[in-house]
Write a protein that binds this ligand. Structure first.
Ligand code: NAD
Length: 484
């Protein structure tokens, strides 16, 4: 498979186009490595992970350049991403002594009931292109700390960051088979990983469509699935908000990584009393964004990742325009001079949009903000919640009552109040509705990679009375009568 630089369309290099047989071989390697890795104490696994974090930090500059080359995000952002990738390994290494179970009293003398938390076995991890190094780490770190082995499939457009992190993992001496990386298409290699009998857990980040396909594939063997899918985050600005903070936050949340972030500001709602002023400042801020060569230190917005993505954004803006939207700024594919090659779209702001338009419902995943005014709290909350997506939402206000209403009324997995992302390592990245099932990060993210195992530990030396397997009949009822 050729890997293209989205800023220049040059071929960076070629990587193997894996087959479904390769996927099976990788799974089988992971399966063979599992028992020994699961027996390795977590603190020993954590030592490898700290070494991986150090290895990533040592190669941070090279890794950041790789992210920029294959994905197109500005180098300044790529450095942050790579630092985040290292942090996933060191953060999860820090949880090595936090894997706990429970002990329950038994109904039987000389017996204990243990609920242990054990690794699943082989984890298939499937990731998208928008954070190729951070998402590699976000999947591998908790999976291997928990004692699983992993087969990771990066997106076909951006396999290089994962392969480079794979090199670091091999260099620090992680035993062969614990982490495997296969490069290939989702429809073949991804589906093979999700449907294989060897896979015990599938964790996938990507689009709703591919998530649905992964669920279908995993249904083959009733394999557990965790999905982090798309978003359509509402960004709500109330009349008392600090407009300067709100504008800068809304712009950053929309245009970073060229709008290709699952928690991006996808639709902006501004209270009518401050709408005009917000809009004026917003457009001014967007007009100052520097679009161009992502390797330059002064670039704010790079190219879209590939031609299909560019075409999708173009057609969504064209459709919105036909439906009556005004293009206040942008609205064009860039093709002049330095943009002659690559997938460039102008930072765009749309007004005169309403809830009936597709642009307010479908994920844009590009540098385009639809903005609309609202009059009432209830109506904006209804608009915000009326989405098939339920990942992130934003609220900008200093009104305590409104904040608490939002905490209760906004039906999204994450609510950011007076701030934007990125997500925190120790929090829990979780989407409602079609934005996913399961989640990533923090101790709840680690839980996804562990499964309960119940042990009945009897040391009485007596056979059980199998006529009364659930204890003395009537005990519960008698207790109830005595209590009453
Ligand atoms: P995508 O769904 O096209 O691809 C994601 C991965 O799934 C790729 O590795 C792809 O090869 C694989 N895949 C595709 N079809 C498959 C199939 N039938 N079976 C198995 N695997 C298959 O997504 P994308 O375009 O790479 O990424 C953009 C999407 O990812 C957006 O919707 C974005 O919101 C979402 N995303 C979500 C999060 C999150 O944490 N919720 C984070 C980043 C991106």
């Amino acid at each position: 498979m050729q890997v293209l630089n989205p800023a220049t369309e040059e071929v960076i290099c070629e990587v193997p186009l894996a087959t479904t047989d390769d996927a099976e071989r990788a799974l089988s390697a992971a399966d063979s490595a599992f028992r020994a890795w699961a027996r390795t104490p977590p603190i020993e696994r954590a030592k490898f992970m700290l070494a991986i974090a150090d290895g990533i930090r040592d190669r941070a500059d090279e890794l950041a350049r790789l992210v920029t080359a294959e994905e197109g995000k500005p180098i300044t952002e790529a450095r942050g991403e790579v630092a985040g990738a290292a942090d996933f390994f060191s953060y999860y290494a820090g949880l090595a002594r936090s894997i706990e179970g429970e002990i329950l009293a038994s109904d039987i003398a000389d017996e204990e009931l243990w609920i242990r938390r054990v690794p699943h076995g082989v984890v298939a991890a499937i990731i998208p292109w928008n954070y190729p190094s951070a998402l590699t780490a976000r999947k591998i770190a908790p999976a291997i700390l928990a004692g699983n082995t992993v087969v990771l499939k990066p997106h076909e457009d951006t396999p290089l960051s994962a392969l480079a992190i794979g090199e670091v993992i091999a260099e620090v001496g992680v035993p062969p088979g614990v982490v495997n990386i296969v490069t290939g298409p989702g429809e073949t290699v991804g589906a093979a990983l999700a449907s294989s009998q060897t896979t015990n857990l599938v964790t996938m980040t990507g689009s709703v469509e591919a998530g649905r396909a992964v669920l279908h594939s995993a249904a083959e063997n009733i394999t557990q699935v965790s999905l982090e899918l798309g978003g359509k985050a509402p960004f709500i600005v109330l009349d008392d908000a600090d407009l300067d903070v709100a504008v800068r936050s809304a712009v950053t949340s929309r245009y970073m990584n060229c709008g290709q972030v699952c928690i991006s500001n996808e639709r902006t709602y501004v209270h009518r009393s401050v709408y005009n002023e917000f809009l004026e400042r917003y457009v001014e801020c967007v007009s100052e964004l520097r679009v161009g060569d992502p390797t330059s230190e002064s670039t704010d917005v790079g190219p879209k990742v590939n031609r299909q993505e560019l075409e999708k954004v173009t057609s969504m803006v064209d459709d919105a325009r036909s439906a009556g939207a005004n293009v206040l700024i942008g609205g064009r594919v860039l093709t002049d001079d330095e943009f002659a090659r690559g997938y460039w779209y102008e930072p765009t702001v749309l007004t005169n949009v309403d809830h009936s338009m597709e642009i307010m419902h479908r994920e844009i995943f590009g540098p385009v903000t639809p903005i609309m005014p609202f009059d009432e709290w209830n109506s904006v909350i209804e608009l915000a919640n009326d989405s098939t997506y339920g990942l992130s939402a934003y609220l900008f206000t200093n009104d305590f009552q409104r904040i608490m209403r939002a905490v209760n009324d906004v039906r999204f997995g994450e609510l950011y109040i007076n701030r934007i992302g990125p997500e925190a390592l120790q929090a829990f990245h979780i989407g409602y509705r079609q934005s996913g099932i399961g989640g990533d990060d923090g101790k709840h993210g680690l839980d996804i990679y562990l499964q309960p195992q119940t042990i009945y530990a009897n040391f009485s030396g007596h056979a059980m009375n199998h006529l009364m397997p659930y204890g003395e009949p009537g005990l519960e009822e008698r207790g109830a009568v005595e209590r009453s």
